[in-house]
Design a protein around this ligand. Structure first.
Ligand code: GLC
Length: 438
């Protein structure tokens, strides 16, 4: 009886718990595109963010001198937000503090911040405000490690100040500082998402991951956490490696650089082309995830021209193809189409992404049991002719359907075909035996 009662009490709790995570993740799952921003001291000399001194390429002292160059004199937060909006992104994540510990806002915990840099002011608040005005969700990147802070354990690759087991009181001091800063960010900015980084340096119990999550959810139970909290977040965070296999996690986001650096670097001209960025983006969409594409503004707050252009070009494509981007779900197995696809949330619409145009202009779909009511080009409205072969009336085998894509409807990057089905997608997943057409 007691067990039965426990079960009755427990089942609604479970269902609610799941529903809750689902609904809190809804905007994130639908968003598909976010813009990551790495902006900090490192943007001044154009050296690798925090790692430049950690790895010993420059002394800590010289690294810190960049504070005199962090002027933000050409910083235009409204323009940043506008550009992000134009790219088609639904959210943005900015480095409020990277591993070196420099804070973009006016922190009361120490004075290593933008107010004490050449900028002389809090540069985070106006950007957050500009994002909110554009209706773009706000994500704050916050580095758990703080390599410059005197009570943090690690300083550089070769210098560790102390071990927690040797001096727990000192670690407590660091925790007071860390929670103090997180509390400021929580209260001043009310972010929609927290993007943690650097969890590898300590165990979850040492960071107090449970407490971090409850502390930051206090005023917003729907706030989302990435998984760099020793794996205890809401979504998986692959980095640079474009997933080859569909990630196992229900929610995930690939973070990716435009060139090979997160922060601005003078010498890094190895930019991906718009086609390559869109390749990666389409790959994420078709596998049911998000792309968090990074930009690295300079120390004066200007955004490098190459990055502006990439955002604009991406924006042109996302605007035209919005119905095949936002709110979509992972597509169908490659057995049915040799390329990326996505489905509408109710799976009655199949989006087929065509990158490489077949010589005869025909796009082949296989094993779709539904009737295809119509196929049209997204953002262009051309209705396509279709013809099915190898289909016999008495057998469930759906045959091969060719959609004819006329040349004038082609997009320079990806042409997307919307396939309107007669109901939720129904795939033929059986072995084909002899289908006699006698
Ligand atoms: C890595 C790096 C860091 C960068 C981050 C972005 O964890 O430590 O420099 O900010 O990836 O995903």
């Amino acid at each position: 009886m007691k067990n039965w009662l426990t079960l009755c009490l427990f089942i609604p709790y479970l269902a609610f718990g799941q529903m809750d995570q689902g609904s809190k993740m809804q905007w994130f799952q639908d968003a598909k595109l976010g813009i990551f921003i790495h902006w900090g001291l490192y943007s001044v000399n154009g050296i690798s963010e925090s790692w430049a001194f950690y790895n010993g390429y420059i002394s800590h002292e010289d690294y810190l001198k960049q504070i005199e160059g962090f002027s933000a004199e050409n910083y235009d937060p409204e323009y940043w937000a506008e550009l992000i909006k134009k790219s088609g992104a639904q959210y943005s994540v900015i480095t409020s503090k990277h591993h070196e510990g420099f804070a973009l806002w006016d922190t009361q915990f120490g004075n290593f911040d933008a107010v004490n840099a050449a900028a002389g002011k809090d540069v985070l608040s106006p950007f957050v405000k500009a994002l909110q005005e554009q209706n773009i969700k706000v994500g704050l990147y916050y580095s758990l490690p703080d390599w410059s802070y005197s009570d943090y354990t690690h300083h550089t690759k070769t210098k560790q100040r102390y071990k927690i087991s040797e001096d727990p009181a000192r670690w407590k001091k660091f925790q007071t500082y860390m929670f103090g800063q997180m509390g400021e960010l929580r209260d001043q900015f009310q972010p929609d998402l927290w993007w943690f980084d650097g969890d590898w340096e300590h165990k979850a119990e040492e960071w107090r991951v449970d407490h971090i999550k409850s502390f930051l959810s206090e005023k917003n139970p729907n706030v989302i956490f990435n998984s760099r909290l020793n794996g205890q977040g809401d979504y998986a965070t692959p980095e640079i490696g474009v997933p080859v296999l569909r990630p196992a996690a229900k929610y995930w986001e690939l973070c990716m650089t435009m060139n090979d650096s997160w922060g601005f670097q003078y010498n890094d001209r190895n930019y991906k082309s718009p086609q390559q960025i869109i390749d990666i983006f389409v790959d994420c969409i078709s596998k049911g995830g998000n792309l968090l594409l990074d930009i690295g503004p300079k120390g004066d707050g200007s955004i490098p021209e190459e990055q502006v252009q990439l955002l604009q070009e991406l924006g042109n494509w996302t605007r035209k193809h919005q119905e095949a981007v936002y709110g979509t779900r992972a597509g169908i197995p490659y057995d049915h189409y040799y390329g990326p696809t996505a489905l509408s949330a109710d799976s009655t619409m199949l989006y087929v992404y065509v990158r490489d145009i077949p010589k005869d202009g025909k796009v082949l779909l296989k094993g779709i049991k539904n009737r295809i009511n119509r196929a049209y080009v997204v953002g262009d409205a051309t209705i396509l002719d279709q013809k099915t072969y190898c289909k016999v009336y008495w057998n469930a085998y759906p045959g091969l359907t060719y959609l004819e894509l006329p040349e004038q409807a082609l997009d320079p990057y990806y042409t997307v075909i919307a396939v309107v089905l007669d109901g939720p997608i129904n795939l033929y997943r059986e072995q084909t035996g002899a289908i006699e057409s006698n």
